[in-house]
Design a protein around this ligand. Sequence first.
Ligand SMILES: [Zn+2]
Length: 265
Amino acid sequence: MHTGWSWDTPTSSTMRRACERAVSLGLPAIAFTEHLDFTDWLDNDRATTDGLLGRHPAHQLPINVEGYFAELTEVRERFPELRIWSGVETGEPHLFAASVAAHLRDSPVDRVLGSLHSLDLDGHLVGVGRVLYTDPDTTMRRYLGELVEMIEESDVFQVLAHVDFPRRYWPGGHDRYVEKDYEEEYRGVFRALASTGRALEVNTTSPLASVDQVRWFYEEGGEAVSFGSDAHAPTAIGQKFDLAVDVVEAAGFRPGRDRFDFWRR
Ligand SMILES: [Zn+2]
């Protein structure tokens, strides 16, 4: 989940409130995976060699790591019954490998998510919700194709976040999105992910994945599944996890070694 240390999350969303919520729900663990999105990057990032000029919009902000880790220490002392992981959600990590590596060298974390929020549009990284409107079908296929590249080119993340992020913004409403139309592309992503043994996140802010979708991952050799609320407010922690568990179980996965582990095949 995210807290006020992420650029897109209100400061009222504190770790302390999140932990109180997690404890009241009986969750064994929580991970604070703040957004790591670069608007300035290094010369040896692929974003530079690809000739990217900037982001649009470019309101992403760096993580205040000092503040983040200070609050983390505080909640770890206050909530000993909860396992509290540090983390980041790296946006487009294949384009910013050197910048991500530099960040993690200075500020290592327990859990790294990989995600794709933006696509190159005329030399700028543009939020996919904006790109989608011109041609949703082509954009969706391009998005899933770019995910394959991201998985193949970046090994910095352990969990692939919200695999079909654009469906949140589907023109006319996400009810009109037909997963099955992209089965081949999903399978390509899942094959790439499975071959590295990394985990697929079932994201419960996104419209919930179907059993079919998670089963495609299973059939392509998927090893592990992670549950992510992607909460940007404490009230959203653990949202729809009961449903998500049913979906993941019906697709063939089972609880892992203990309550802290991924679910596994
Ligand atoms: Zn995200």
